[in-house]
Design a binder for this molecule. Structure first.
Ligand code: HEC
Length: 110
């Protein structure tokens, strides 16, 4: 592997780590009232489960527009509110939820 490639890869690992960290804050501020992690309660689905069942893209999509996507996600009604979060915050919270299941890429989804 070339030196340039190693540098690029390690920078990317750093930026991913930053997203996950920021995403955890976005979660704590906006989502934790309803969505638990590790089955600690709440009305929304546990994010550990969501991490198994959904792709990063799906999670970001739902975080940005629940009312426009609840039917596609298999719900008959929508109780999750619309958030005023930036595209970056939605991206980061999806990275954070996705990171809860590091082995999911080896598991079959749906
Ligand atoms: C007021 C409670 C509430 C808050 C706060 C909330 N949610 Fe939800 N969420 C729900 C409920 C209830 C559902 C089930 C579908 C619906 O009602 O829209 C849901 C569904 C979801 C789903 C789809 C789950 C699946 O796999 O079927 C995702 C993804 C999700 N929420 C992400 C988030 C994120 C990210 C945040 C924070 C930015 C958040 N939610 C904040 C209540 C909430």
């Amino acid at each position: 592997m070339s030196k340039k490639m190693i540098i690029t890869l390690s920078m990317c690992a750093l930026c991913l780590e930053g997203s996950v960290k920021n995403g955890k804050t976005v979660y704590e501020v906006n989502c934790a009232n309803c969505h638990s992690i590790n089955m600690s309660g709440g009305m929304g689905k546990d994010f550990n489960l969501v991490s198994y069942e959904r792709t990063k893209e799906e999670i970001k999509t739902y975080a940005q527009n629940p009312s426009g996507n609840f039917r596609k996600f298999g719900y008959s009604s929508n109780a999750m509110p619309q958030f005023n979060i930036t595209d970056e915050e939605a991206h980061d919270v999806a990275e954070y939820i996705d990171s809860l299941q590091p082995f999911k890429k080896w598991m079959k989804k749906h």
